[in-house]
Design a protein around this ligand. Structure first.
Ligand code: MLT
Ligand code: MN
Ligand code: ZN
Length: 308
């Protein structure tokens, strides 16, 4: 099994398809989480938001580092150490923002293993403001501050650019009135290629602007923010007081929602990722799931592989 890893070609692997908290969330019995706790066959548990991408079938770039990274590596043989005493196919980690569900996994990569850590300047600054992430320094981890739109080869055959998209600062850096939808580099999309496969990875996005729609249209595969189906879903489920838009996530449905736009992109595959545990598209056969599928959009699950 391990020997065959190097014969695989370019691909993306969804390591975790859920938003922060995962699915089901440890402390939640909302209508959707309850199905998972009860073992309903229409739903599958999902870990928190991350994707692995390879251009050569041997080395991998992680797109975000989830708090569930240890579990995700154990579930993915291609990410296991291959040779010698200490080794990892993970050669780089790219961060789309500084949210806890996207950076906490870095703390699980602290065992003196070299890799490249690529992010825009505001995301590096968020890490630098927390002394715990100092464990990634000391000449072991190469910190690469990407310029917006700069093309970087992260691992062999994987080229990415981080471009600012509408978003906000991480929840733990919000003041009283955070600006939502700013394009300051706190939130980025990953636009890249694995060998010849062009992909876009956008797990958090406050609004679909014209430039962003253009970048998405230029991809073969789009993995896009599917946090909430309805903007007020968490309020109606009585698990929170915020709308999706207030959290910096454009909802799937409704005017200005992502479904209208993504359904008309004309790309080969469009897949919703970063699914919040309240989102009814997690339920196979639900009206919301069927609505998304009718638009030709897929719903990510852990272990989903996307080949050229
Ligand atoms: C988000 O995607 O909005 C964040 O993961 C929220 C959080 O940090 O809990
Ligand atoms: Mn998140
Ligand atoms: Zn829930």
């Amino acid at each position: 099994m391990l020997a065959s890893a190097s014969t695989l070609t370019a691909r993306l692997v969804v390591l975790g398809a859920a938003a922060g908290g995962g699915y089901p969330q440890w402390n939640c019995r909302c209508g959707v989480c309850r199905l998972a706790w009860d073992g309903d066959p229409r739903v599958a548990p999902r870990t928190q938001s991350s994707v692995a991408v390879t251009g050569d079938g041997a080395s991998y770039t992680l797109l975000n580092a989830s708090p569930d990274l240890g579990q995700q590596i154990r579930a993915t043989p291609a990410l296991w150490p291959r040779e010698g005493m200490r080794d990892s196919p993970i050669g780089a980690v790219v961060l789309t923002n500084g949210d806890i569900d996207h950076v906490a996994g870095l703390l699980s990569l602290r065992e003196r293993q070299p890799f490249r850590l690529v992010a825009l300047a505001p995301v590096h600054a968020a890490l630098d403001a927390n002394p715990m992430f100092g464990v990634l320094q000391g000449g072991v981890v190469e910190r690469i501050v990407a310029r917006p739109g700069e093309i970087i080869e992260t691992t062999p055959g994987v080229r990415i650019a981080l471009s600012p998209i509408p978003g906000k600062v991480p929840l733990y850096r919000e003041g009283d009135e955070p600006e939502i939808g700013v394009e300051t580099g706190e939130t980025a999309g990953v636009f890249g290629s694995a060998a010849a496969m062009r992909f876009a990875y956008v797990p958090g996005c406050a609004a679909l602007t014209d430039p962003l729609i253009g970048w998405l249209s230029n991809s073969d595969v789009v993995l896009f923010d599917g946090t909430l189906f309805d903007d007020d879903e968490m309020i109606r489920a009585e698990v929170g007081s915020k709308t999706g838009r207030r959290m910096g996530h454009v909802p799937i449905s409704g005017p200005g929602g992502s479904l209208d736009v993504l359904g008309r992109l004309g790309v080969r595959r469009t897949i919703y990722v970063h699914l919040n545990n309240t989102n009814p598209i997690l339920i196979e056969g639900s009206p919301e799931r069927r609505c998304v599928e009718r638009a030709g959009i897929e719903v990510a699950y852990d272990g989903m592989e996307i080949l050229p």
